[in-house]
Design a protein around this ligand. Structure first.
Ligand SMILES: Cc1ncc(COP(=O)(O)O)c(C=O)c1O
Length: 370
């Protein structure tokens, strides 16, 4: 195999899109003043940061979040872990979309719950399949994990109707939607996705979680949970890292306070939006005859469906030999599925590399036609 030259597999943001010099200035002040070096001493996160996150979210979501409804976590993954452990007992059932964010499938399984899934269709999660799962597992169903906006890996946005009907379902059967809003604000065509579940209902059948990994920098490990104050009190009991890093929290607080993220987010939409368009153009140029794909309006991923006769893993063997990697889609599924899906991340690479990578995949597909 050649050295890996083009990585369309890893779903990271691009360091080139991060506010490096601003963060460096803020970090120097936070460290030299000593205010970022202690334990944070609070499980729900420092008050100043919760206030700034509330202001930031209220500014972008037009909703009235109070800092008492927020908990700061060490990233959205840690938020998902805390919420799952708090809402379930071993043996309970967690429903996910299928496919879903691969990492969290394991995070939930670490809570010793049974993870079951309902297919992702073009409107969002398949509600009939969810109803069938409720029928089958009854009271064991305690939570449903969804990435309704710019879904990882398919890029799909659940419709408003789908979201409203899902809320009715969980209210009727009394379990909790856990919505991962990591990509909610990363839309590229002026129109935001439909509102978050948590914007549609304030009741405790919905818990939202989110992240600054894609908006600022993942190494800060700063995420949040948005829930009712009694739920936040319970979630605090499940926080096992003593506290989220004070250093990162102080840096993020000052960055949010400066108002610069409110401007930077427009740059991010332009930066990643251009890459999304480059990916769409490359797919059209090199894959039209061999595959189908989604054209997302936001997020980081394009999702490819191959003809039934072609195995994504076999394609990957061939592309890796030419230094091009992608994620075989089956890794994102809970259920056993045919090996005919591919996830491509367009966030990390400039246009020329996106084009070259997709060209290699397209050429390999062409060779594999029966
Ligand atoms: C849906 C989703 N949730 C969470 C994460 C990770 O978030 P964090 O870095 O805040 O833990 C990712 C990133 O890959 C993601 O795609």
């Amino acid at each position: 195999m050649n050295a890996l030259e083009i990585d369309l597999n890893t779903g990271y943001p691009d360091v080139a899109a991060m506010p490096n010099s601003t963060l460096a200035e803020i970090a120097a002040d936070v460290i030299t003043s000593g205010r970022g070096l202690q334990y944070a001493g609070t499980l729900d996160g420092i008050r100043a940061l919760r206030t700034e996150v509330a202001r930031f979210l209220n500014g972008h979501l037009y909703t009235g979040i109070d800092p008492s409804e927020l908990m700061i976590t060490s990233g959205a993954i840690s938020a998902a872990d805390i919420v799952c452990r708090a809402l379930t007992q071993p043996g309970d059932v967690v429903i996910t979309e299928d496919p879903t964010f691969f990492y969290n499938i394991n995070v939930f399984r670490m809570s010793n719950v049974e993870v079951v899934s309902a297919p992702m269709i073009s409107e969002g999660i398949d509600l009939q399949a969810v109803e069938a799962l409720i029928e089958r597992y009854g009271k064991r169903v305690k939570m449903l994990y969804t990435i309704a906006s710019f879904h990882n890996p398919t890029g799909i946005n659940a419709t408003l109707e789908n979201r409203k009907r899902l809320i009715q379902l969980v209210q009727t059967h009394d379990f909790t939607i856990v919505e991962d809003s990591t990509y909610q604000l990363l839309y590229y065509d002026d129109t935001p996705p439909p509102p978050m579940f948590k914007q549609l209902t304030k009741d405790d059948h919905v818990v939202a979680l989110g992240s600054f990994s894609k908006l600022v920098a993942p190494s800060l490990r700063q995420g949040w949970i948005w829930a009712t104050p009694p739920q936040i009190t319970r979630f605090k009991q499940f926080k096992s890292d003593a506290a989220t890093s004070l250093l990162s929290s102080e840096i993020l607080t000052d960055y949010l306070k400066s108002g610069m993220l409110d401007l930077h987010i427009c740059d991010l939409r332009e930066f990643y939006g251009a890459r999304r368009t480059s990916m769409a153009n490359a797919l059209k140029a090199h894959m039209s005859d061999w595959a189908e794909w989604t054209n997302p309006d936001g997020g980081f991923f394009s999702w490819i469906t191959l003809p039934k006769t072609i195995s994504a893993s076999k394609v990957r063997e061939a592309t890796l030999a030419q230094g091009v990697d992608f994620m075989p889609g089956f890794q994102s599924f809970v259920a056993k599925v045919p090996d005919r899906y591919i996830r491509l991340c367009f966030a990390m690479l400039p246009e020329a590399q996106l084009e070259a990578g997709v060209a290699v995949i397209g050429a390999c597909l062409k060779e594999m036609q029966p």
